[in-house]
Design a protein around this ligand. Structure first.
Ligand SMILES: C[S@@+](CC[C@H](N)C(=O)[O-])C[C@H]1O[C@@H](n2cnc3c(N)ncnc32)[C@H](O)[C@@H]1O
Length: 351
């Protein structure tokens, strides 16, 4: 604190908000401080919601069973996120094991590293790299030249990214249409929309979200873009709504369509399928004999790729075993964490 601070001993004021409850992401100051407001955060969790600024890890018990970790194991978490899976992995492999945590997000990654260390992670057991998992083999060769015992990838975006309006992922608040997991890299969704033609956009909507109204929506978005560039999340929502005006879509169907359009654009902006294909190609060269990989996916385009890569690996003798059936979260997890409902888990073991 500097001498020029006029109120050195006064605690910071809580953010002001209208009404009796904070509504926006930034106003939810208690949720952003789970250590200080544990009871309030527990009530939010009990209500099936994700506290602002955090993420609820999915299928943790199933993943730990599949990875069969023990003290001393070397592990890569390709999608560190909030560090929920990582914390559980570390509790099983410390003090002799090591975890390499990757993530592309330069905003959340330092916070997660600090959180894990404050929770008691031994510094020598954790290596964190801001890296796309499309470059897995290169990072693993640097950190663990003899390969690893287990790899986890929990695909998509975290709740911290999704819920923070400033990141432009959510259709629930108005914000610049960005959607980059790494805002320092690549082009924002608004830029992508300003360049894409109707046929390409229609393909993006179909391939990335199985959107049944892909053609109609692509036409409407490209036309609207000609009149006025679509620069915000609300502007995109308005275009989708008016494109569905003359259909028989119910309010629920319109909401689902908006969700699918945002998903499709997010996948394109972050080249999520390209990164997943690269990851699936490189996993076998990073795993030691007997090493395990578990991948959690959230929509059919991802699951199809994982299923096909594992199946081909089994046929080619690269994997000794793969999950015969996809695993889904149990009924209780789906009820208590609605964001888990679309999750699918698959695993493979290196020969
Ligand atoms: C669903 S969250 C992971 C949550 C984490 N398992 C936990 O328990 O907190 C997905 C994370 O993966 C990151 N991510 C997505 N694609 C990535 C990629 N290609 N390379 C590295 N990180 C990626 C996102 O930035 C996000 O933080």
């Amino acid at each position: 604190m500097t001498d020029s601070d006029p109120t050195p001993d006064r605690p910071p004021r809580r953010p002001r908000y209208r009404g009796t409850h904070p509504r926006s992401f930034g106003e939810k100051y208690k949720e952003h401080q789970p250590d200080r407001y544990a009871d309030d955060v527990a009530k939010i969790l009990a209500g099936g919601k994700t506290p602002a600024g955090s993420h609820r890890s999915i299928m943790v018990a199933e993943i730990l069973t599949m990875l069969a970790l023990k003290a001393g194991d070397l592990v890569v978490d390709c999608t560190l996120g909030y560090g929920g899976h990582a914390a559980q992995i570390l509790s099983l492999i410390q003090p002799t094991g090591r975890l390499l945590g990757l993530d592309v997000d330069p905003i959340e990654l330092p916070k997660t590293e600090q959180r894990l260390l404050e929770q008691g992670t031994l510094p020598q057991c954790l290596t964190v790299r801001r890296s796309n998992f499309a470059g897995l083999a290169r990072v693993v060769a640097e950190v663990f030249p003899d390969g690893v015992d287990a790899i986890l990838a929990d695909l998509g975006v975290s709740s911290m990214q999704l819920d923070d309006p400033a990141r432009g992922f959510t259709f629930k608040s108005d914000a610049p249409l960005d959607m980059r997991m790494n805002p320092q890299h690549g082009q924002a969704a608004a830029t992508l929309l300003s360049k894409i033609d109707e046929a390409k956009l229609s393909a993006v909507l179909t391939e990335n979200a199985d959107e049944p109204y892909a053609g109609r929506l692509a036409r409407a978005i490209v036309q609207a873009q000609k009149h006025q560039p679509i620069k915000t999340t609300s502007a995109l929502v308005d275009v989708v709504r008016s494109a569905l005006d003359k259909t028989n879509c119910s309010a629920d169907q319109i909401a689902i369509t908006i969700r699918r359009v945002f998903q499709a654009l997010r996948i394109a902006v972050n080249d999520e399928f390209g990164a997943l294909d690269a990851l699936l190609n490189q996993i076998p060269s990073c795993l030691r004999t007997g090493g395990r990989v578990a991948i959690l996916t959230f929509h059919s385009g991802e699951d199809r790729r994982v299923k096909q890569a594992f199946k081909a690996g089994l046929q080619d003798g690269i994997y000794a075993t793969i999950s015969e059936e996809v695993m889904r979260p149990g009924a209780e997890e789906q009820r208590s964490n609605p964001r888990s409902t679309s999750a699918k888990l698959r695993f493979a073991t290196r020969r």
